[in-house]
Design a protein around this ligand. Sequence first.
Ligand SMILES: [Ca+2]
Ligand SMILES: [Ca+2]
Length: 285
Amino acid sequence: MKVWIFFVLLVAGHAMAAPEPEVGTNPVQVEVGDFDEAIDVEEETVEDIVDNPCLNYHCKKGKVCEVDEGNTPMCVCQDPSTCPPADAEFEHVCGTDNKTYDSSCHFFATKCALEGTKKGHKLHLDYIGPCKYIETCLDSELNEFPLRMRDWLKNVLVTLYERDEDNNLLTEKQKLRVKKIYENEKRLQAGDHSLDLLAHDFEKNYNMYIFPVHWQFGQLDQHPVDGYLTHTELAPLRAPLIPMEHCTTRFFEECDSDSDKYIALEEWASCFGLKEQDVDKDLII
Ligand SMILES: [Ca+2]
Ligand SMILES: [Ca+2]
């Protein structure tokens, strides 16, 4: 799973700005783990575990393992000063408190220290890079966002399919779905298309967009897999996109149409223009 999203992030650099996806040119090459508050799993040998109970004990982002007097491991908040210093500006992250943090490590350590407080509950990693002025997203621009995003998702999938000889970027079932899109002669080729053309294509080739929209949801809905996206689950897509696409925040905010802080599959599909009858949990494979 991680690999897929990582790949998508690489492609995300070009994102919707230049629809021809290329790998490796994104300055924001961040693994999804950087936003992932879930537990990291690492393998250690039995001897290591006996020596140090922390070696096989996993803590979520912002926490580190320590042992108590009884040599029992536990997770405690990481002191931000123990985070490795950032080597470059793109390692900085901007929090929803509009403060720039040196790195995602510094951010999550700070968030951990605020655990249990209202401030801590509201604090999320907003985007990659130092905080900057982000233009207000106008209504007219907001409508353009899903047009480009859908086209981009489709192109990402087609690119994954083309490159997927033996590196299993897609499962067999996913490949079958994408194959249909890939082989469809009417498919709009990746390129810098006008919004009119994108809108026209969505109307004409609507069916080609159904799977990509579901696929992206499935990529993000991982912690836990429950048909809802939390702010944290959305972060791998949102965080690199916000500095490049100023409507990102507003788009995902409004996507949560019942304002319960979760984006349900139905809400997701609807904000990408899919019809209610085309929302299908079984497409998330
Ligand atoms: Ca979820
Ligand atoms: Ca919701």
